[in-house]
Every structure is written in C-alpha cells, then in structure tokens.
Design a protein around this ligand. Structure first.
Ligand code: ADP
Length: 187
C-alpha cells in the first residue's frame, strides 16, 4: 500500500488544525502539528520549549534547525508508516526542501500539498474571535504572524507549484472538510 503523505498548508487562522484532524481520522494517519508540539514543549518546560517560548509569543518563526529536528524524529515513528498529515510545517522554503530530501532519502512517497485559501480580513477576524487564549493571539502578534506568513511561508506554495491542490477555506467546517475529502478521493 502506498503512503498517504500530506501537507495541509495555509495561513494562520485558515482552519488547518481542525481540518487536519478530520483528514487524519478519516484516513487513519497521524496529524502532526508543529504548533501543538511546540506548545506542549513550552507547557512542559523542556529545553525546546524554553528556546521557543518568546519567539512564538511574538509570532515569529522558530529556527529551521529546531523544527527539522522535531519533525524528523516524529516522522520516524512507526505510526507514520502508512502516512501522515503535517499541519504548520513546512513553513519556510528551507523546511520544504529538507522535507523533500528526507522523504526521498528514505524512499518514501513525496508529500502532496492541500492549500486552504482564506482572505486575510477573514483570518484576522477568526483568530481574534476564537478566544483560545493563546499567548500569540494578541492583535500585534497576529499582525506579525500574517506578515511572517506572507514573507516566509507563502513562497513554499511556489516551491510545490502544480503539485499543490487549492481548496476554498471559506464556509462551514463541514463544507470545507467535504471539499478536502473530494480532492483527496479524486487524486
Ligand atoms: P498558526 O495558528 O499561527 O498557524 P501554529 O499553531 O501552527 O500557528 O504555530 C504557532 C507558532 O509556532 C508559530 O507562530 C511559530 O512561532 C511556531 N511554529 C510552528 N510551526 C513552525 C514551523 N514549521 N517553523 C517555525 N516555527 C513554527
């Protein structure tokens, strides 16, 4: 059986976490959220967490080296053998290149990218109204996260070019989930 290796791509507030959970459950693959992994590390006060905390609170990106270390380790675990869905990674072109290389070196299937499209005014509205109490959900950090997305992360889409599938991220959670499921069934 071939692996279902997926990247759920999109700006902050696009609904990646929610949708990645559905895809993971429906396809029996693990959801790998670098944001969740980092927040866990911060909460449990590990060395990684101590390094990441202030960077995350500002809405900046944690260094590629740190992130690549945790992703590499995570993808090596046995539950990723039939696939995985990444959420929040890759977030820089360097991360995307490193992931491509890692999968290739291990003889694994290249990752497919599902890109959630949501207009920027809607993103800000969603993040500021979801009330999760995240340290990086202040207006200033959100503005920075969106700027960092445009500058560092959007170029990742060009890196994957035609290999990425665009999905409209507006509408209800179920509507978006249906669109993603249809795209996955198609290809
Ligand atoms: P968002 O809701 O903004 O997409 P995430 O939960 O994915 O947020 O990530 C929260 C924060 O964790 C980011 O703003 C960043 O500081 C850090 N982070 C998560 N994933 C990465 C990554 N792949 N590279 C660098 N930093 C990351």
């Amino acid at each position: 059986m071939s692996e279902l290796n997926l990247i759920l791509f999109g700006p902050p507030g696009a609904g990646k976490g929610t949708q990645a959970q559905f895809v993971a459950a429906n396809n029996a693959i693990p959801q790998i959220s670098t944001g969740d992994m980092l927040r866990d590390a911060v909460a449990s006060g590990t060395e990684l967490g101590r390094k990441a905390k202030a960077v995350m609170e500002r809405g900046d990106l944690v260094s590629d080296d740190l992130i690549l270390g945790i992703v590499r380790e995570r993808l090596d675990r046995s539950d990723c053998r039939s696939g995985f869905i990444l959420d929040g990674f890759p977030r820089t072109v360097a991360q995307a290149e490193a992931l491509d290389k890692l999968l290739e070196q291990q003889g694994r299937t290249p990752a497919r990218v599902i890109s959630l499209r949501v207009p920027e005014d809607e993103l800000t509205r969603r993040i500021l109204s979801r009330g999760e109490g995240r340290a990086d959900d202040t207006e200033e950090a959100v503005r920075n996260r969106l700027a960092v997305y445009r500058r560092e992360t959007e170029p990742v889409l060009e890196h994957y070019g035609d290999a990425s599938i665009q999905v409209d991220g507006l509408g209800s959670i179920d509507e978006v989930a249906d669109r993603i499921a249809k795209e996955l069934a198609r290809s």
